[in-house]
Write a protein that binds this ligand. Structure first.
Ligand SMILES: [Zn+2]
Length: 439
């Protein structure tokens, strides 16, 4: 049930918040790139491409983020011919909001050296039609190949992106951000900013790092050597499955429109690899934060935690967008923190209702997790909120709307149909804000 009332107080101005899951470098970079998120149709997207190409320098690659073609009335990507007509000679690539697909024009195919039907990396494909002609659609690594065909940012540009990202978080009321896949270059930049006093002063931010388990060594050493005051290695990161929109999140029941050969999505690791990752982090005195979106992946990680019983506190499951009811109490029993992004319900609603209609009752059971012993906002045996920016925008109100299923004060933008997603798991607005507050 929506929990707001006509007499509810005005929406609070957020301050002192923690973003528990973002990609701060990529978020800062995305702020400087064009976005088609405001385009309401395929036609508007093509018009935006034409406008961007009109001001591009000769030979410059035109890149835009955040396409959501399933939300457009046309319900599809532009064709290669449409994009060629809109772009002219400029190479153009547009990335989907979840970074699992993209579309490009003929000039970009040539610039990136991609050809129809080509396989790129483990899951990438330059999609072709029945006649073997490229459609412009790029899957997974093929989309990254087109995206990365333009020269990357300089060190100075990366630093200015990082500052822009942190500044935006500050404006939104955050004082702490967790970066969930930190590489050495980002860690070095953050440590340098801390040592120069920038993080304590102008930006006023604490940053917690979660490098991939295999990247932990040099980053732990960097932080131990230079001892920054506001940057800390807080854990390792591991990916257990894919995503719901891509139908690769590992589920316990089949997808309505499964990928060929993947009726219930895909595990990215074996159980013994999860055990090894838990032990490697535990040896460093660190918890592991595991990306697990589907209920199958969540169970896989809880099983591993029950087997390995790591000593480090604050083990985390990231996303856990679907949880089998039998697994809900296991979080508290095993001392696990659920690091969730209720804001994703606003955008995952079409995918969830179309692909996993049988699972709508097990979407983000935050109320049950709290009732079973998790503490809102706690990093040990807690429920913490984040956005996964730049996948979606980091405005905290979006997760308040998601967690209350549209019942939040001031949420005029409540999404139609949100209350179809496990409505009994809605929490009240005050509890939802506590999930953003550092203890
Ligand atoms: Zn993430």
């Amino acid at each position: 049930m929506p929990q707001t009332s006509a007499t509810a107080p005005a929406a609070r101005t957020p301050s002192g918040l923690r973003e528990a899951h973002c990609h701060i470098g990529a978020f800062g970079a995305a702020l400087s790139l064009p976005s088609v998120s405001e385009c309401a149709s395929l036609g508007e997207c093509l018009a935006r491409v034409t406008a961007l190409c009109a001001v591009a320098k000769p030979g410059q690659h035109v890149r835009a983020l955040h396409a959501r073609p399933l939300a457009w009335p046309e319900g599809r990507w532009p064709t290669l011919a449409e994009l060629d007509a809109a772009a002219g000679a400029a190479p153009v690539v547009i990335m989907s909001f979840d970074h699992h697909q993209g579309v490009c024009n003929s000039a970009m195919l040539a610039a990136a050296g991609l050809s129809a039907g080509q396989r790129v990396g483990p899951k990438g494909e330059v999609v072709s039609d029945a006649h073997g002609v490229a459609t412009g659609l790029l899957m997974e690594h093929a989309a990254y190949a087109a995206w990365e065909a333009s020269p990357g940012p300089s060190v100075e540009e990366s630093l200015s992106h990082l500052r822009a990202g942190l500044r935006r978080y500050l404006e939104l009321g955050f004082i702490e951000v967790h970066d969930l896949r930190t590489d050495l270059r980002l860690a070095e930049a953050l440590v340098a900013m801390d040592l120069s006093g920038e993080l304590a002063g102008e930006l006023g931010m604490r940053v917690e790092l979660f490098p991939l388990v295999q990247d932990l060594g040099p980053i732990v050493e960097l932080v131990q050597t230079l001892r920054p005051a506001r940057v800390r290695v807080a854990g390792g990161k591991l990916f257990a499955d894919g995503t719901l929109n891509a139908r690769t999140a590992l589920t316990l029941t089949p997808y309505a429109e499964a990928l060929p050969g993947l009726p219930m999505g895909q595990a990215m690791v074996t159980p013994s690899q999860v055990d090894d990752a838990l032990r490697a982090c535990d040896a460093l005195g660190l918890p592991l934060a595991v990306h697990a979106i589907g209920d199958g992946a969540v169970r896989m990680i809880l099983d591993a935690l029950a087997r390995v019983r790591p000593v480090a506190m604050g083990q985390r499951i990231e996303h856990c967008e679907l949880i089998d009811p039998a697994d809900v109490p296991r979080f508290a029993e095993l001392g696990v923190t659920a690091s969730v992004q209720p804001c994703h319900l606003l955008t995952d609603l079409p995918a969830l209702t179309r692909l996993l209609p049988q699972s709508l009752g097990r979407v983000l059971p935050v109320r049950s997790l709290i009732a079973s012993g998790l503490t809102p906002g706690a990093l040990v045996r807690g429920v913490v909120f984040g956005s996964d920016a730049p996948i979606v925008r980091p405005e905290p109100i979006d997760s308040i709307v998601g967690a209350t299923r549209g019942g939040a004060t001031g949420s005029a933008s409540a999404v139609a149909g949100l209350d179809r997603l496990s409505p009994g798991e809605a929490i009240d607005e005050a509890t939802a804000w506590r999930c953003f507050e550092p203890g």
